[in-house]
Write a protein that binds this ligand. Structure first.
Ligand code: F6R
Length: 367
């Protein structure tokens, strides 16, 4: 059942190119230039009337929601907030009939997310679910569902479900942009073409997992580690950090690169590993200056960046893991794959139970 892999997590990491394709299939028209969502109930009128969007989820799905926020804001220019479900409910969220609530859940059974969905419904919001289980409670209760077609996810640490959630957000953002006219046809077509290239690009990262293994073995004996990045790199950093904590038990924190100097830099001393994501082209120079702050305190920096930037970045960092270039909007769907591999190999090298980390359950049905 593990299809020749030693662990489900490893298998599921490798299933991502297929999961990307399956999640896109049938949702792009035959010209390849337009998003179609055949089962969508929201009318164009409703979509045009959306005033704000609230994305609610837990854990890894929450991190997908952080990417979703940036994706929708960049493509559609609607204000979006993303919150964890267990906090959302108790802050008397401001919901109007023009609020769209998006809940994200792999299992569709997470108690906090389900309760938040019901709270949003009770307040009159239209609720859209992005879920991997179409018969789940969350899918049943929602007004609209975009199914991620990642296939069953067995490992406790979520991988292919997360990246499929990103694909769902790209599709949703493009669809809204088509309806509201916030992107030209050419822009939508360009993004879709870049999305079609992602599966092969993921393959090319997976083909270099031996490199990721070496990097992971270099830091796995450490007790603390930091991830830094800006923009979508920061969102991806947060997911990378959770993944590492979850299965390697290494304490890690993800920091917005520009925020380090407001306190956390005090923790950087000789030998502390820092994984710096530097793919957001518009922000790369700023990230490099943050990397230099870390290096000046003795931090050991591994950078995740595009091949074309590697040479320049090598002047400031200790090592690089490169990923193929994509559009800025799509970067997390490649960088996270590298981070998943780092976590996997860190856990493996520490001899831990990769698929069933201590204290954790696959689906959390208590609040
Ligand atoms: C981490 C992980 C969890 C889940 C979270 C939400 O790898 O899997 O953080 O993402 O418990 O679960 P779902 O998506 O099923 O609602």
């Amino acid at each position: 059942e593990k299809g020749g892999y030693e662990h489900f997590m490893h298998k599921e990491i490798h299933e991502q190119p297929r999961a990307y394709q399956d999640t896109m299939r049938g949702r792009v028209d035959e010209t390849g230039k337009k998003v179609v969502l055949p089962d969508f109930h929201m009318t164009d009128e409703q979509i045009k009337n959306i005033r704000n969007i609230q994305i609610i989820a837990c854990g890894t799905a929450y991190h997908a929601g952080l990417v979703g926020r940036t994706v929708i804001e960049r493509l559609v220019r609607i204000p979006v907030e993303t919150d964890v479900a267990s906090e959302y409910r108790y802050r008397s969220p401001i919901i109007t009939p023009e609020t769209l609530v998006i809940v994200v859940s792999q299992s569709g059974e997470t108690a906090d997310t389900l309760a938040a969905l019901r709270e949003a419904h009770a307040n009159g919001a239209h609720v859209l679910a992005i879920t991997n289980v179409v018969g789940s409670s969350i899918a049943r209760d929602a007004d609209d569902v975009i199914a991620t077609l990642a296939g069953p996810e067995i490992a406790v640490a979520s991988t292919k479900a997360y990246t499929s959630q990103l694909i769902a957000f790209y599709l949703l953002g493009l669809y809204f942009a088509q309806v509201r006219g916030t992107q030209t046809e050419a822009q939508v077509a360009e993004t879709l073409a870049a999305m079609q290239a992602l599966p092969e690009q993921v393959e090319s990262i997976l083909a270099r997992e031996g490199e990721a293994k070496v990097h992971a073995e270099n830091f796995s004996a450490q007790k603390h580690l930091f991830f830094i990045g800006r923009g979508l790199d920061y969102a991806a950093a947060q997911e990378g950090s959770l993944k590492l904590k979850e299965i390697s038990y290494i304490h890690s924190e993800a920091y917005a690169a520009g925020e380090l100097k407001h306190g956390t830099l005090a923790l950087i001393e000789d030998g502390v590993p820092v994984i710096a994501l530097a793919t957001e082209q518009a922000l790369i120079e700023k990230t490099v200056s943050n990397i230099k702050e870390v290096k000046a305190r003795g931090g050991v920096v591994l950078t995740i960046c595009y091949e074309e930037d590697a040479k320049e970045l090598m002047k400031s960092v200790d090592s690089v893991f490169t990923i193929p270039k994509t559009l800025p909007l799509l970067t997390a769907s490649l960088s996270v794959v590298a981070l998943q591999l780092l976590s996997y190999y860190a856990s493996l090298s520490l001899g831990l139970d990769v698929d069933k980390p201590r204290n954790l359950a696959k689906s959390v049905t208590v609040e």
